[in-house]
Design a protein around this ligand. Structure first.
Ligand code: GLU
Length: 306
């Protein structure tokens, strides 16, 4: 990796590490509360194959909502443009687990990254795949190059035992006919999907196809078309950070996705992907230090999609 990027990441990491962390670890999924709040890692993967990481960049963490981008990619591959009849492409302006707009829009979630939208995407995968859980896992194994990757039963079970809002969302959407399978089966898959664990290094590698026009870095295999890549990246920019997507675009200026495990992945098309992990979340549910670090990186490099 060019030393210019190394230097920028080193500076951003050092500066952000010394900041007081004003965030809080997510506890509504009990298992997430056990994480060490001091964990802090970053990893950049450039499209020329070079990569560089710092801190706890090799430690696995729960990627939670970040997995929603991968389930959307698989469902979009299968259903093509028809997918937008089931889920919309607008920022919600509400919390990620809100029920509010489902009544207004008659069971059509605002976008695939709020929980309601991701639950509908799981329903689509169950309808169209023989074994959605296994085939989704195979898909992430292929993208990440990790043949042994699997769901975390500990995290999934912890969320299954407490995920009442997601149960409500799924049943409410079902009442409008936009869930075709049994809610129990859909939710079981949704919780498993959110339980995937990856390190910053693995996460930035896994997402590199979205910086690379839809093709894998390793063997240039086409995963999705350039046009589909554009749309998924556009959705990450407009809807990837809960009710703070505008703020992320304003401060960082890259498409990305966060999760309540404290991870964020972002990408600069045709150039790099970057993953950062710091478990304490700001009041909007995004990693406090993660956002700060990424803001430093794009400000210092003077490179963003804008
Ligand atoms: N599994 C989490 C939930 O449904 C995902 C939330 C997130 O990371 O935004 O609440």
């Amino acid at each position: 990796m060019e030393s210019i990027y190394k230097k920028i990441i080193e500076n951003a990491y050092t500066l952000t590490k010394s900041r007081k962390d004003k965030g809080e670890v997510a506890t509504y999924i009990p298992e997430l509360a056990y994480v060490d709040p001091a964990m802090f890692g970053v990893h950049m993967t450039k499209l020329d194959g070079t990569n560089f990481g710092l801190g706890n960049n090799l430690e696995k963490f729960s990627i939670q909502s970040i997995a929603k981008v991968l389930s959307l990619t698989l469902a979009y591959k299968i259903l093509g443009e028809k997918i937008w009849q089931r889920v919309d492409v607008e920022p919600s302006g509400t919390k990620f687990d809100s029920l509010l707009l489902l009544e207004t829009y008659k069971g059509i979630p605002r976008n695939p990254f709020v929980n309601s939208g991701a639950i509908v995407v799981c329903d689509i995968l169950i309808t169209h795949l023989k074994n959605a859980k296994q085939e989704f896992l195979d898909f992430i194994r292929e993208l990440s190059g990790l043949p042994d990757l699997t769901y975390s039963d500990k995290i999934a079970d912890s969320e299954k035992a407490t995920g009442y809002r997601n149960v409500a969302l799924c049943n409410y959407i079902k009442s409008y006919g936009n869930i075709k399978n049994e809610p129990d089966e859909v939710l079981d898959f949704y919780f498993d999907m959110c339980s995937i664990e990856l390190s910053c290094k693995e996460l930035s590698h896994t997402f590199s196809f979205l910086a690379n026009g839809g093709r894998t870095l390793k063997d240039n295999k086409k995963i999705i078309s350039k046009s589909m890549t554009k749309r998924i990246n556009a959705l990450m920019l407009t809807c990837g950070f809960y009710d703070e997507s505008g703020e992320f675009a304003f401060r960082v200026g890259l498409p990305g996705k966060s999760g309540v495990g404290g991870g964020i992945v972002a990408l600069y098309p045709k150039n790099y992907t970057i993953a950062v992990w710091s478990p304490k979340l700001n009041p909007n549910g995004n990693s406090y230090k993660g956002m700060k670090l990424l803001e430093e990186v794009t400000t210092d490099s003077e490179l963003s999609i804008f």
